[in-house]
Write a protein that binds this ligand. Structure first.
Ligand SMILES: Nc1ncnc2c1ncn2[C@@H]1O[C@H](COP(=O)(O)OP(=O)(O)OP(=O)(O)O)[C@@H](O)[C@H]1O
Ligand SMILES: [Mg+2]
Length: 384
C-alpha cells in the first residue's frame, strides 16, 4: 500500500495525462456524517463518470441523517457495502481519503542546504511540529522546488526567478495518525475493497477543484462537524485551518430553538436555505439558525485569510466552497456578503465526462463530491 500522502502535491508539478487503460476506479470519502463515492473510468485519455452515490452514517449510529458519527470499522464497512450495492459499483480498486482534522499539513522553512542535506534535516525538523510521539504517525514531506518557491515569493516569471537567491527553503510536511489509518484500512478490508492509497482530504479536494489554477485561492470545505480552510497557490497548500463549527450546528440550533426533532430540522434546513427573505415561519427560523452558524465560520475564515495575506503580502481574490454544507440554498450569496470576495461553488464533475441529462444534478451535488472525485482522479493517474 502506498502511504505517500504527498504524491498528490508532488504530481502538481508534473504534467500528467490520464491513463489510457479501461479499468474502473473508485474514490471513497469517509466523512463524519456520510460516505461519498465516485466511480470513474478512463477512456481515450479522459475520465468518464460511471456511477456515484452517498450514504448517511447517522442511521448507523442511532442518529439522524446529516449528523456526525464516530463509528467502528464494522459499522462503517456495513454502510459502505450498502452504498456499493445501491450505486452498482463494479470495481474494488479505490483511493480513500483521511480527514484533515486527524492529520497535520504544514509549510515550514529550513536553511537553504543542498538536497542531500535537506533529506537528513527535514525529518528531524518536522518532528518539532508533530504534537504526538513520532511512532504514532506516518510522516512525509515535500521540498518545494526552487522555481516554485521563487514564483511564490514574488518572482514574475522563470527568468526572473533564476537570478534570485533563496534565504531558506520551504518544505511541506504531512503527517497522518496511525489510529485513523488502522480504522480505515480495516473498513476497506471488511467492505471487500482494495485501497491503492490513503490521502489526506485536502489534496483530493485541490485536485478536483483548483488543480489548474495558478493564482492564490482559498477553499472552504463545509462539513458536518468541522469546516476546513485551505489556502492554495501553484497547487501547494500554503496554509490551512480547521474551524470547529459545521453544517450540523445549524440543524442542532434549529431543533433546540424550535423544539422540533433533528430529522425535521434537517429536512427544513435543506428546503429553506439561508437567505429566505421572509420574517416568519420555518423558513425564517432556518435562515436565522443558518446565519448564526455561518457567520461564525466566515468570521474565523476572514481572520485567517487576513493573517495569511499580511504574512506573505498576497491577495486572495477567490474562495471556492465545497462540502455538503456548501449545498445550502443561498449560501454563495451569503458568503459573498460576509467575505467580500469572489465566491465559486465547487463543481468537481466539470472535468469529468458524464451524460448531458445529468449535468444539472451533478452541478448541484458537486460540492459534496469534491473529495471523492479528486481521489478517483488520482487512482486513474497512478494506474497509467
Ligand atoms: N441539500 C443540503 N442543504 C443544506 N445542507 C446540506 C444539504 N446536503 C447536506 N447538507 C449538510 O451537509 C453536512 C454534511 O456535509 P459533508 O457530507 O461534507 O460532511 P462530512 O464530510 O460527513 O463531515 P466532516 O467533513 O465534518 O467529517 C450535513 O450537516 C448536512 O446537513
Ligand atoms: Mg468531509
Amino acid at each position: 500500500m502506498d502511504l505517500s500522502f504527498l504524491d498528490q502535491a508532488k504530481k502538481m508539478f508534473e504534467k500528467k495525462v490520464l491513463s489510457r487503460g479501461v479499468e474502473s476506479v473508485l474514490g471513497i470519502d469517509i466523512g463524519s456524517s456520510a460516505i461519498k463515492l465516485v466511480q470513474l473510468k478512463s477512456s481515450q485519455g479522459t475520465a468518464t463518470l460511471e456511477t456515484y452515490g452517498e450514504i448517511s452514517l447517522g442511521p448507523y449510529a442511532e442518529k439522524e441523517v446529516g449528523q456526525a458519527t464516530n463509528l467502528p470499522p464494522e459499522k462503517l464497512a456495513e454502510a459502505l457495502k450498502t452504498l456499493i450495492t445501491e450505486a452498482n459499483v463494479t470495481t474494488d480498486v479505490c483511493g480513500v481519503s483521511v480527514p484533515f482534522a486527524s492529520s497535520l499539513v504544514k509549510l515550514i522553512e529550513v536553511p537553504p542546504l543542498d538536497l542531500k542535506k535537506l533529506q537528513t534535516v527535514v525529518p528531524i525538523e518536522a518532528r518539532k511540529y508533530i504534537p504526538v510521539p513520532i511512532s504514532e504517525v506516518q510522516l512525509d514531506y515535500f521540498i518545494i522546488p526552487e522555481t516554485e518557491q521563487k514564483l511564490f515569493l514574488g518572482a514574475k516569471n522563470i527568468n526572473d526567478a533564476e537570478g534570485q537567491e533563496l534565504k531558506n527553503r520551504m518544505v511541506l510536511i504531512v503527517a497522518m495518525h496511525n489510529d485513523i489509518l488502522r480504522r480505515y484500512t480495516e473498513t476497506i478490508k471488511v467492505a471487500g475493497l482494495n485501497a491503492e492509497f490513503f490521502e489526506i482530504e485536502v489534496f483530493s479536494n485541490i485536485r478536483s477543484t483548483v488543480a489548474h489554477s495558478l493564482a492564490p485561492v482559498a477553499i472552504i470545505d463545509l462539513g458536518a462537524t468541522t469546516s476546513k480552510l485551505y489556502l492554495v497557490e501553484l497547487g501547494i497548500v500554503l496554509a490551512s485551518h480547521v474551524i470547529p463549527v459545521g453544517s450540523q450546528d445549524i440543524t442542532k440550533s434549529l431543533a433546540k430553538s424550535t423544539h422540533m426533532t433533528m430529522a425535521k430540522a434537517e429536512e427544513i434546513k435543506r428546503q429553506a436555505g439561508i437567505l429566505s427573505g421572509v420574517e416568519n415561519g420555518d423558513a425564517a427560523r432556518v435562515s436565522h439558525a443558518a446565519t448564526l452558524t455561518m457567520e461564525q465560520i466566515f468570521a474565523e475564515a476572514r481572520r485567517v485569510l487576513l493573517g495569511f495575506q499580511r504574512k506573505y503580502n498576497k491577495v486572495i481574490t477567490k474562495v471556492i466552497l465545497t462540502g455538503g454544507g456548501a449545498t445550502l440554498k443561498g449560501l454563495p450569496e451569503f458568503a459573498r456578503q460576509q467575505l467580500e470576495l469572489e465566491i465559486e461553488v465547487a463543481n468537481p464533475f466539470l472535468h469529468v465526462q458524464a451524460p448531458s441529462f445529468l449535468q444539472d444534478t451533478l452541478e448541484q451535488a458537486g460540492p459534496d463530491f469534491a473529495v471523492s472525485v479528486g481521489l478517483a482522479l488520482r487512482v486513474l493517474h497512478d494506474s497509467r
